[in-house]
Design a protein around this ligand. Structure first.
Ligand code: ADP
Ligand code: MG
Length: 401
């Protein structure tokens, strides 16, 4: 990948008093219009503070949820502005629209070192469509652009790929650089053994990542619903488990690729099965080739856990995406939490990504003990699939494509 411009390349001495458009990922969970998890706000602070310190007028923009191109008060970023103000210990002005008079007035009112937040970009259909008129309206007040929204870097949306084309200077923020460095370290000369632990519900959406990683890995550990499909591809009967019948060929392709590259595949040798994860009457552990026809696999068993833990203990580099079971419903959280603990305890360079995976790590209070926790699940998977993310391409020193 051609290098991407960093904040160091921005003419910061010239930003004094100049308006900088900063695309962040403030797609945070809200309950009753209050921010309940501010991880993504924290992650953007280094860039925002650095620009403030340089005397820029910092105009922050993000999407929130899926308003599908129209105004939805429940998905207003206003409460996020309040949470950001608390974190910064400074006022954050709010513009009730990301373009037009409301935006221009708020932007013109703030002074050097001040921050304002624009309303949800996705209230306009032009954001997702990368509509040239919307791009022009969004970019109008700016000649400096910073992208610190790693979680949106895989989307060719107006604020990600359109606005940077309209400005004279563009750069990646500190979070984007940190994410790219952590992920690049996995792809180029990882300390060995290099293992990936992949789980979650489905193969769909992760197959390109699996296919790109498998030749680079020493071992691939599979759990969760994802493992069921691999076990089914080996001819095992999985009862009422979640199995993606349409992905059996993908699973076979991954197994074949692994065999050809001498990458070991570890599938669960035993599984926790139940009749109903919501209201379990029966919970038992069975071997992976003896799942009863009326039960479903909802976690990896103790024998699998011991095998996985041993691999994790010996690893030099670990990538983890996807829980090992339906961890939202105890007791089916055991495998996931034990894997989180094992990765935290290992001396390996560890990188984790994925919405549910990160929430499981946070629930275990192990966040600090991971090498890197990606703020962008989908973007991290696409990066590791070997794609050049559109948002990063837009920041390259020598643009390609
Ligand atoms: P991430 O968000 O970390 O990328 P995914 O979205 O791929 O992870 O998958 C997370 C979901 O997978 C969780 O909600 C979990 O309940 C579900 N899951 C894990 N194992 C199973 C299983 N055996 N059967 C059904 N769902 C599962
Ligand atoms: Mg998820």
């Amino acid at each position: 990948m051609s290098p991407i411009r960093t904040l160091d390349s921005l003419p910061l001495h010239e930003t004094n008093g100049r308006a900088v458009f900063v695309r962040v990922d403030f797609n945070v969970p809200l309950q009753n219009r209050v921010v309940v998890d501010s991880t993504r706000l924290h992650a953007a602070l280094p860039t925002i503070s650095e620009l403030q310190g340089a005397g820029a007028r910092v105009i922050v923009a993000s999407h929130l949820g899926r308003p599908e191109g129209s105004v939805n008060p429940d998905l207003s970023l206003r409460p996020v502005g309040q949470a950001l103000a608390e974190l910064l210990g400074a006022a954050v002005s709010f513009a009730a629209d990301c373009i037009g008079d409301a935006a221009h007035e708020t932007i013109s009112r703030i002074g050097p070192g001040d921050v304002c937040l624009l309303e949800n970009l996705r209230f306009h259909p032009g954001e997702k469509q990368n509509d040239p008129k919307f791009v022009a309206a969004l970019a109008e007040p700016f000649d400096l652009y910073v992208n610190d929204a790693f979680g949106a870097a895989h989307r060719a949306h107006a604020s990600v790929v359109g606005v940077p084309k309209h400005v004279t200077s563009r750069a990646a923020g500190r979070l984007v650089i940190r994410e790219v460095q952590a992920l690049e370290r996995l792809l180029s000369e990882p300390s060995r053994p290099f293992i990936a632990i992949v789980g979650g519900a489905k193969i769909g959406g992760k197959s390109a990542t699996l296919l790109n990683l498998v030749p680079r890995l020493d071992a691939l550990l599979l759990g969760g619903g994802m493992a069921n499909t691999f076990l089914a591809a080996q001819g095992k009967d999985l009862g009422t488990s979640l199995v993606e019948r349409g992905e059996l060929d993908t699973a076979k392709e991954v197994l074949k690729l692994a065999a050809g590259n001498k990458t070991r595949i570890l599938l669960p040798s035993d599984l926790v099965v139940t009749d109903d994860p919501e209201a379990p009457q029966t919970v038992e552990t069975v071997t992976a080739d003896s799942v009863p026809p009326n039960l479903m696999a909802v976690d990896i068993g103790d024998a699998s856990l011991a095998e996985f833990t041993e691999e994790i203990r010996r690893a030099g580099t670990i990538f983890w995406n996807g829980p090992m079971g339906i961890f939202e419903r105890p007791p089916f959280d055991r495998g996931t939490f034990a894997v989180a603990r094992a990765v935290a305890d290992s001396a390996a360079h560890s990188v984790a990504g994925g919405g549910e995976t990160v929430s499981a790590i946070q629930k275990s209070n192990l966040t600090e003990r991971f090498g890197h926790i990606s703020t962008g699940g989908g973007a991290a998977l696409e990066f590791l699939a070997g794609s050049l993310l559109p948002g990063l391409q837009a920041l390259q020193t020598t643009p390609t494509g």
